[in-house]
Write a new protein. Sequence first.
Length: 500
Amino acid sequence: MALYHFHVTQIKRSEGRTAVASAAYRAGEKLHNLWDGETHDYTKKGGVILAEIILPEHAPQRFSDRYTLWNEVEQVEKRFDAQLAYSFDMALQNEFSLEENMELAREFVRKYFVSDGMICDLAVHQPDREEGGIQNPHFHVLVPIRPLNADGTWGAKQHRVYHLDEDSNRIKDENGKWVYDAVPTTNWGRPETLNLWREAWADMVNAKFVEKGLDCRIDHRSYVDQGLDLIPTVHEGPHIRKMEKKGIRTEKGELNRWIKATNRMIRSMRSTIAALKEWIQEAKEILKEPQEVYLAQLLSDAHTLRNQAAMTYARGKTKAKKNNLKRFMDECNYLKQRGVLTLSDFEKYLSSVGEKVEASKSSMNQKQTRLKELQQLMEDAKTYAELKPVFDEMKKEKYRFAKAKEKYKAEHEGELRRFYMVKRKLKEKGFEKEPFPLKAWQREFSELSAQREVEYQEYKLLQKDMTLLYQIKGDVDKAMRKTHPEMLHPDKTKETKTTL
């Protein structure tokens, strides 16, 4: 099954991450970080098929060594909250061979990243397939955010553009400081550049599908941009995926399973509604009769036709007729209970069902968004509680002198960075200090989960509606073609294949 995934993040010290650790994980190597003194050993990590560094022409050859490259990146960045690298994660395709996937990854990286002056640490992963699952080949690209100058030295990430008055003189603010804008020296972080890369990757993969004579395609656009408006899944991350692989069900895993099941229903029902609407329009154009078309009569005609067909077979004739009668009665009762008597009524009712589908989908989407927010808040609050004792210890009397305090900070640097990160994230959400309303979050999460499940069950009932409406459409269509042989070209009489 063709899959599109193109995800980019930044490796930031403010989030407790380092470029050396990220490079070691992606390459499956053991690397020592000179900046913080930590060693990261991922030599036992499986599934790393390829790990290589691709350099632009002006890059020094010493950067071909992973240890040298990423330690220089760490050393050149002085700030405690420095942004170190861009991390790209892209899905490869099970329809291609391993060699084809690797060459496709290399081609894309060279054409769109290296040609623009980026140093690229490329790693292709093909983890062992989970039992009953599918292969998940993908590749990572780690790129230093700081660009290289033409002479191979590290350049500036941004430059200042000062605000000028009408006489072209620099302007100062009320504190006497120059007013300026910090402008990036590259276009690598711009949204339009990311969109260009995302589209280029989809085009490259689709061209390969065409070359191999395959009908599948991928689309770089979001659900909304594609006009699908489906519910997006949540990012699980390697830790959650590892737990799920071991059979440990997680909240994020459960949420994504629910989202995927719901999206399958959304696609199915929208496809069915579209097919029914198209059929109604074709029927109305061909019939063009002044009187209304009554569905009960047409269903009766279809019932008669089915019984006539059953008479040609000796075996099972009685059972077939009983089933036909039950089908006829079920269809008539369904339409009568909903006040659907004519083809026009059928069209109106179909529109109302479509509105219910969209309203229910919108409501579930809102709940899913809030559940995701609550889940993140609870995770951050848990991390805050776990790491706060480390932070509180630093405030004690024995660390009041600078030397002792700096030593403690160095020993607990990773924990303190994570603490400051979650503290900042909670503050941005309006929760600056303890106590955090953890019980209220948990209660809201449980209530929303229950409400979402109720809506999901109602959605499944709508799905049954779609199944019966499509069955009724088939019977009405059969009866109308009997009396109007010209109705619907043979190519169009073939029912749309819909999975319900």
